[in-house]
Design a protein around this ligand. Structure first.
Ligand SMILES: [Mn+2]
Length: 433
């Protein structure tokens, strides 16, 4: 456990806080699935980023005075009866040994300690969105201390600083993403190789989840999408309930989470192992677009440049295939291409699959790509079965291809390099046994 790493992140966070302020980070709450059963617990990404602690019912309090700082961690009290049911807790004493913070208390002391820390403070970094019970209580405490007219000015969103920090990944974080991608790669290859005619979408989902868990990835990073044929035209199709049809494609968007870090990979493969001519035409267009966009990645490039490039390439290709008619520049100006490529070219990825790092600075200017950022590149074309404007042979085809790219000083590194994606690679992996 590299406690120094989390310590240095807190130091950076504190350095960016205003003087005479406090910041509060809460662990994620438990989420009820039904009645008295809960979803598997997953720590809040910002809380984890600053502490490395995976227990619920814990809080981080950062205090910045005029010339000094203090870091306080609150953890759940040791309770043998509770631990019999829900497992061992680290407790106050062990937490003191492990974490490089100034003080550790039990969560029971939170309100008293926070109340004490408010004296002389002018700014309060809080989660302004969350409705967690403890947080509401803290907000009440602060409201009592601050003049009503000043409350809004005094409170700042606690995640703004941490999410900005999270945009640039350290080598340790990149190693974890790479590990997640190794597991994800093996799962995709296994599913590419297996016979699929007549199987159900959920059977493929089960293969992914099995491979993820078996290889030490606790969870998927998001609900796996297994979309046979026209289902791929629903962007977030997660029912995964239909039978796979011999001549159709399957759009598979699946990636595991490894030690809290995501991977996010989409591949589109034929059910019977071989692309039809029409499928191949659409597929090759999306693939060429994806590869060309990736090749242009380097420091200073804007995400909107990549978006426009993808739109132009896809639009040109769609005109060539007879999917759209007219002048490419005109079609893009009128957003006619958006009907078939309606989403973004990619997103930040890290502790969250859609990492909530800012895309724009405070002045609303787009933040250019920089060394250490990780983003997905995922162009797609979605040609619905019921779209009478489309040439008949293309109706019901949906293709998306997605890789995970690290921006480097030299340009970029495709972290998901080696996951089969050319027609030849995919067809070669399929076995008819
Ligand atoms: Mn994605």
């Amino acid at each position: 456990m590299d406690e120094q790493l989390y310590k240095s992140r807190r130091t950076t966070y504190l350095a960016r806080m205003k003087k005479r302020s406090i910041a509060l980070f809460f662990s994620a709450p438990l989420k009820t699935r039904s009645n008295d059963t809960e979803y598997p617990y997953r720590q809040d990404s910002d809380f984890y980023y600053l502490t490395g602690f995976k227990e619920d019912n814990s809080v981080l309090l950062l205090i910045k005075e005029k010339n000094s700082t203090q870091e306080i961690l609150f953890v759940q009290k040791k309770d043998p009866t509770l631990e019999l049911w829900t497992g061992k807790r680290l407790g106050e004493k062990e937490a003191k040994k492990r974490f490089l913070v100034d003080k550790v208390y039990t969560t029971e002391e939170l309100h008293v300690r926070v109340n004490n820390s408010l004296l002389g403070k002018k700014k309060f970094y809080l989660d302004l969105v969350c409705e967690e019970k403890n947080l509401l209580h803290v907000r009440k405490l602060i409201k009592k201390r601050v003049k009503k007219s000043l409350y809004k000015k005094s409170t700042l969103h606690v995640r703004d600083i941490s999410q900005k920090m999270r945009a640039i990944k350290t080598s340790h974080e990149i190693e974890l993403i790479k590990k997640a991608l190794m597991i994800t790669k093996d799962a995709h290859h296994k599913v590419m190789a297996m016979p699929k005619i007549g199987r159900f979408e959920y059977e493929l989902q089960a293969e992914f989840e099995y491979e993820f868990k078996k290889n030490g990835a606790y969870s998927d990073a998001y609900t796996t999408i297994i979309a046979g044929g026209d289902n791929g035209n629903t962007l977030h199709y997660i029912n995964n309930s239909q039978k796979l049809i011999d001549t159709e494609l399957i759009l598979i968007d699946a990636g595991c989470e490894y030690e809290m870090y995501a991977s996010d990979i989409t591949r589109t493969i034929p059910v019977n192992g071989k692309f039809s001519e029409a499928q191949k035409e659409v597929y090759e267009l999306v693939l060429a677009t994806e590869m060309k966009v990736i090749e242009t990645i380097q420091e200073g490039v804007l995400r909107s440049d990549l978006q426009l490039m993808a739109r132009e390439l896809l639009c040109e290709g769609m005109v060539a295939l007879g999917i759209l008619e007219g002048d490419v520049a005109e079609l893009i100006k009128e957003e006619k291409d958006r009907k078939y490529f309606p989403h973004g070219i990619g997103h930040w990825m890290g502790l969250d699959v859609h990492d909530p790092c800012p895309y724009k600075d405070k002045k609303g200017r787009e933040i250019p790509l920089a060394d250490g950022m990780v983003m997905t590149i995922e162009p797609g074309l979605y040609l619905p079965l019921d779209d009478a404007n489309l040439p008949e042979k293309y109706r019901g085809i949906a293709v998306r291809i997605e890789d995970n790219i690290l921006v480097t000083k030299e340009g970029y590194e495709n972290l998901s390099f080696g996951i089969a994606k050319t027609v030849e690679e995919i067809e070669a992996l399929y076995s008819r046994t």
